[in-house]
Design a protein around this ligand. Structure first.
Ligand code: ADP
Length: 589
């Protein structure tokens, strides 16, 4: 609280005790308080003055309204014509809040300009009338009467009770305080009441709340739109990538092979871009949720490195990894997101390194209270990053310099996504690098420890193995291109495939014939994949047995996996289908 120092000095000079009392009132943020203090006039004589102080909290800081008038001497009548009273009323008229002096019967003895403005009545019309005659709301009259009684009985001012009022057809929010008004002898003679019009503030708050709601709604709409777009784009991408892979496996002229390889690489980078943008938007709209499942970090590192081996080998790079023996066998966290960060960093390391090696190492930074913080480092011997570019590359759409895009491609989203994911895992990410000497990207992440068990969970089969046995597969999928892609991929490995177009047909097919595996699209006309799976599982309750059902979905949103498993499916493949994962699923059983 700040106040005019000359005012305080003045009081101090006049009367220390009263000055302290008033300062205490300031400090307590008090409401309205009346006091009588001795004041020394300029000409040296002392006289009594009545002070009324009100401290009002406003958006732009606290403010004090102080009104002083010479006290009426004993025997002297306090007529309104009294010069002090006139001055007092003049001051009240300057105040923006509506003020009224009310006698003990509730009749207005004085109302200021703001009061008249607020209620749209003239001073003449109001003076002498009772507050209850001027209000149409019985509720409010009763409430105000209660407040007056309470203030009278306790002598304690009542601050800010709020109510709504319609004045001349306009709805207003008001905030009222009431205190006792005393005469020269300290006897209560009425009340001083201050009403603040808070309509604007209430409206601003309401608008803010509405704007927030609208922004949240827009974010939800954006995320829905992205989820749908990603679904729509992934479906044809499945056709493009799948068919290209199949065509590349046939007899081709070198020219054709070259064209198709370009189609494949372009389609794959388009898919990466799509995934990046989807992830980035999900992070932005805070829709990305972290899973908490038990997984083996050693397997996660090995699985992440595997797809890079061929590319690294082609470039003549050595790809190594080293996991400290201290690192727990099983940890609880989100393996998909840990792999995504490693994937980004390893991908960059290989991309920006022409010779030498890329090495992934993991060690334990600390372990406490059932939590472990791991430190990952991905070191390369590549082109490096100059000191002045090192901070910028972690921002979205930023690359070290303009020539990078032309030489190496990329969107500049990978590190921004990795940074957000690392933060969500309670860690940090940074780089040490020197141009032409190589870079080391570090990140830390916190995981929960599994109580009492050190056993690694079963390793997810993600690698291609030669077909162990040939199976009969039922494919339920409505898009013709996708039907063809799955069918050709499976028949290429010698499996027998039956294709149906919806869930209903799938149920009929299962009635007629036995299958080893059903690949079930989730979104189909007539009957969707979840419904069909539920029907199959219900039937198995009676007949026994368990038919393997694996979902195929173009949805790439969080929670798809859970939804599929909850619907009674045994697994989940996302489109565009990765042939290796498809074979692994088919040949697993
Ligand atoms: P992208 O690789 O798609 O451009 P990233 O966000 O992954 O996007 O990387 C941003 C930039 O950081 C890259 O364009 C590159 O300039 C620089 N960068 C990242 N990793 C490395 C690395 N290992 N060596 C050299 N430069 C790197």
């Amino acid at each position: 609280m700040t106040y005019n120092t000359s005012f305080a000095d003045n009081l101090q000079r006049n009367h220390d005790r009263h000055a302290q009392g008033l300062q205490a009132l300031f400090a307590a943020g008090g409401a309205i308080e009346s006091r009588r203090i001795t004041v020394r006039h300029r000409d040296g004589h002392e006289f009594l003055a009545d002070w009324a102080i009100s401290i009002a909290s406003r958006a732009d800081g606290d403010r004090a309204i102080a009104i002083a008038r010479p006290s009426a001497q004993a025997g002297e009548s306090a007529s309104p014509a009294d010069a002090g009273e006139v001055r007092y009323h003049e001051i009240l008229d300057q105040i923006e809040d509506a003020c009224a002096v009310v006698d003990l019967k509730g009749r207005y003895r004085f109302v200021n300009h703001a009061f008249c403005r607020l209620f749209g009545r003239s001073r003449e019309a109001l003076i002498g009338t009772s507050f209850s005659e001027n209000s149409r709301s019985d509720d409010r009259i009763a409430k105000l009467r209660g407040v007056y009684t309470q203030v009278y009985q306790t002598g304690t001012p009542v601050k800010a009770f709020e109510y709504q009022l319609t004045v001349n057809g306009v709805e207003k929010s008001l905030d009222q305080s009431v205190s006792v008004d005393r005469d020269a002898n300290g006897q209560p003679v009425g009340f001083l009441t201050i009403i603040r019009d808070t309509t604007e503030r209430a409206r601003a708050q309401h608008e803010l709340a509405r704007a927030k709601e609208a922004a949240e709604e827009a974010t939800r709409a954006k995320s829905d739109f992205l989820a749908n777009m990603s679904h729509e784009i992934r479906t044809p991408m499945n056709g493009i990538i799948g068919m290209t892979l199949l065509a590349l496996d046939t007899e081709l002229t070198p020219y054709q092979a070259d064209c198709l390889t370009t189609v494949r690489t372009s389609a794959e980078s388009l898919l990466t871009l799509l995934n990046d943008i989807l992830d980035f938007s999900k992070i932005e709209s805070r829709m990305l949720k972290m899973e908490a499942v038990a997984f083996s970090l050693r397997d996660a590192v090995a699985d992440t490195l595997k797809p890079f081996e061929v590319h690294a080998h082609q470039k003549g790079l050595e790809l190594r990894h080293d996991i400290d023996p201290d690192v727990p066998a099983v940890i609880i966290g989100d393996p998909v997101r840990v792999r995504q960060i490693m994937n980004n960093l390893i991908g960059n390391a290989i991309k920006f390194t022409e010779r030498g090696q890329v090495k992934v190492s993991v060690c334990q930074e600390r372990r406490r209270d059932g939590r472990v913080v791991l430190h990952f480092a991905i070191a390369d011997t590549g082109i490096g990053i100059s000191a002045d570019h090192q901070a910028a590359i972690f921002e979205a759409f930023r690359q070290a310099d303009g020539s990078t895009t032309r030489r190496f491609g990329g969107t500049g989203l990978g590190l921004a996504i990795s940074t957000s994911l690392v933060h969500m895992m309670g860690g940090r990410i940074w780089v040490e690098s020197e141009p032409d000497a190589g870079s080391t990207f570090h990140f830390t992440a916190a995981f929960d420890l599994v109580e009492g068990t050190a056993a690694a969970p079963p390793k997810a089969a993600a690698t291609a193995v030669p077909p162990a046995r040939l199976i009969k597969v039922l494919v339920a999928e409505d898009t013709v291109i996708n039907q063809r892609v799955v069918m050709r991929m499976l028949t290429k490995h010698g499996h027998t495939v039956t294709v149906v177009a919806d869930g209903r047909e799938a149920l009929d097919a299962i009635e007629r014939e036995a299958y080893d595996l059903v690949l079930m699209d989730v979104q189909m006309p007539v009957m969707g994949g979840f419904e069909a799976t539920a029907a199959i599982r219900a039937r198995e309750q009676q007949t026994g047995g368990h038919l393997r059902i694996v979902a195929m979905t173009a949805h790439a949103m969080n929670g798809d996996r859970e939804r599929c498993l909850a619907a009674g499916m045994d697994g989940y493949l996302s489109k565009p289908l990765d042939p290796q994962l498809l074979y692994a699923i088919a040949e697993e059983g």
